[in-house]
Design a protein around this ligand. Structure first.
Ligand SMILES: NC(=O)c1ccc[n+]([C@@H]2O[C@H](COP(=O)([O-])OP(=O)(O)OC[C@H]3O[C@@H](n4cnc5c(N)ncnc54)[C@H](OP(=O)(O)O)[C@@H]3O)[C@@H](O)[C@H]2O)c1
Length: 255
């Protein structure tokens, strides 16, 4: 019988992991998406979309579908689903593996100001009018409204609809990955002097951080929220190896 894997996704890594598992007949892999993105990128395995109804709903899903392994490959800032995954795994005794990309580290030449929340990050931009590239994701933009004195260039995958009530904002629709050269061009063309970013980690959106370093531009960086302590790997390669090991050793329950 195939080893049933449910990947909680919404990240590049989740898609890459699904692609690596897709060709293996010993696995039956499904990818779960929250449904926030209107047209998600094509996925290499069957997909289910939408919330489960909290930890209880997820537990019922795991038990009902006979899942052998739950992989939490959600975004580092998606705190609730990871807490639900840990709780559902605990209750059902379905093993859980987290795939969490490491955060970006500040280098000597980086000009970072760190903040714990988006609201605190916007305050950290200060009183003086700045020209800010905003790469927070469209669900996180509400705190900008309390600081209308900046120019905001707001980049998102889906349109910000309705647009924010801000006197000087411009919207840019784009889906990563974003290379350093293109990011430098964007920063120069729009005369950006600050970037609002989450510490998402990963290569796909690091281009802006590298470009900002080269241009001496400040990055106001939102720190990651805490996530539950569970067995964790940092890369897709490590996840593939760990899954192969677990499937081979029949380690199906109680890890
Ligand atoms: N937060 C970010 O910065 C960010 C950035 C890029 C991508 N994403 C992706 O976007 C999704 C939503 O992020 P979020 O910050 O809104 O999450 P969240 O606050 O942790 O989760 C909110 C609720 O959304 C549902 N949900 C989240 N991820 C799901 C998944 N993979 N499959 C099914 N349901 C899911 C769950 O609903 P129920 O309780 O009803 O099950 C969860 O309680 C995540 O999958 C994440 O990987 C997030």
């Amino acid at each position: 019988m195939a080893y049933k894997i449910l990947i909680l996704g919404g990240t590049t890594e989740a898609r890459e992991l699904a692609a690596r598992l897709a060709g293996e007949p010993r696995y039956e892999t499904k990818l779960s998406l929250a449904g926030r993105t209107a047209r998600p990128a094509g996925q290499p395995v069957p997909v289910r979309v939408g919330g489960f109804g909290g930890a209880e709903g997820l537990a019922a899903h795991l038990a009902g579908k006979g899942i052998d392994l739950l992989v939490d490959a959600t975004h580092p800032f998606a705190a609730r689903i990871s807490a639900n995954a840990a709780e559902a795994a605990r209750v059902t005794k379905v093993p859980l593996l987290a795939l969490r990309r490491p955060g970006w580290e500040r280098g000597k030449l980086d000009r970072w100001t760190e903040a714990d929340t988006v609201a605190a990050a916007v305050v950290a931009l200060g009183e003086r009018t700045r020209r800010v590239l905003v790469t927070l994701g469209r669900q996180e933009l509400a705190p900008l409204r309390a600081h209308p004195h900046h120019f905001y260039l707001i980049r998102s995958v889906d349109p910000v609809d309705p647009p924010l009530d801000l006197p000087d904002a411009q919207y840019l629709l784009a889906r990563g990955p974003f290379g350093e050269d293109d990011e430098r061009r964007l920063l120069i063309d729009h005369r950006i002097d600050a970037i609002l970013s989450k510490n998402s980690g990963g290569a796909a959106t690091y281009g802006k951080i590298a470009a900002a370093r080269g241009l001496g531009i400040e990055v106001v960086m939102v720190r990651r929220p805490p996530k539950p302590v569970v067995p964790t790997v940092g890369t897709v390669d490590e996840a593939v190896a760990e899954i192969a090991h677990r499937a081979a050793s029949g380690k199906n329950r109680g890890v």
